[in-house]
Design a protein around this ligand. Sequence first.
Ligand SMILES: *Cc1c(COP(=O)(O)O)cnc(C)c1O
Length: 426
Amino acid sequence: MTFQNTLEFAQELDAQDELHVYREEFIFPQHNKKDVIYFTGNSLGLQPKRTRKYVDEVMDDWAKMAVEGHFYAEKPWWDYQERFSKPLSKIVGAKPSEVTVMNTLTVNLHLLMVSFYRPTQKRYKIICEEKAFPSDQYMFQSQVKFHGYDPKEAIVEVKRREGEHNIRLEDIIAKINEVGEELALVLFGGVNYYTGQVFNMKAITEAGHNVGAYVGFDLAHAAGNIELKLNEWNVDFAAWCSYKYMNSGPGNASGCFVHEKHHHADLPRFAGWWGHNKERRFKMEPDFDPVHGAEGWQISNLPILSLAPYLASVEMFDQIGMDKLIKKRNKITAYLEYILHEIDAEIPGTEFEIITPSNQEERASQLSVFLHGQGRSLFDYLMSNGVITDWREPNVIRLAPVPLYCSFVDMYNFGQILKEGILKIK
Ligand SMILES: *Cc1c(COP(=O)(O)O)cnc(C)c1O
């Protein structure tokens, strides 16, 4: 499709967009009495209007029923998490028994590492991406030290080649093969938070399994953003947060996946009563008998007030379906890319570099733009003119045109503000 950098053209794209109505379902912060252009749905998604109703429902049930709400609430609390299994399993390409919701993301990855990182003298290394999200780096270091190994030796990062912004699949596979029999675990992001690069999870999983390692993914930037087939790809485990593309609110609960082949009871784990056999949970027996499925990793009874917004979101995703989201995502990201190139060409001496891969298989909702000249002052200009984006050192802004609520007109308007900003700052 050939694009045009005009308001009329952007309006026409919005008119053709079947997801455009969903924009009305979200609450936008205001700038000069207008909706901001929101590019940070990869960091904290906007609040859906329907969410408050889900939270109020829990508050009301609690007020009216107190403890009886566990069994008699409109959506009983004791098995509230079961409402997630079906819709969430579709979002991540899993079977309903393979997914559940609990805790928060880094906590879940730690807990899953209890099961899937059990190093031995011979096999103790972890492969991850260079510049993984900081929380993941701290997690790797602390896990490795906890087991008595030296992080410098046990953590192997796959690096970018000199002068390149993204990690090549061939280099990931080569590193997996090189570490070979010493490799205990591959734990990669599904989508790199900084560059927006989408990793080939199927190929990475296969390579890890070929050398006898477990393979898991941190899907913080992938859940609700890209097509996932965790079951089919044979991924051992995964976890994601719900507050980025999934719009469930700040710091909210995590989802996790454990492949069905690991649902047997003898895999070690840290246990609690909410992972215990459901028929027998309230019999208060001494011996732990885990639920067959990802729910067998549950520990505590669930924070229903957190899960309510997450449920609102998951049901919205289920209504729409990932296919439609991905179709719009590709188009709106391509339009944003086109606009960036247009502005770049219009203003001599301006150099952006989009460091996100340009091929559609390796990118999703995010374009990370390296601002060679302008930098921080341009970022400040955007923020003070109603464009919400974020800044990452040394000179990168990340733009996520989230398909659920961003419009093509937003992309056009952003281009105009960007152009003004560059001309003013020059
Ligand atoms: C956002 C993000 C996190 C955040 O972890 P929390 O435990 O939810 O604070 C972790 N890993 C990655 C890759 C992220 O992008």
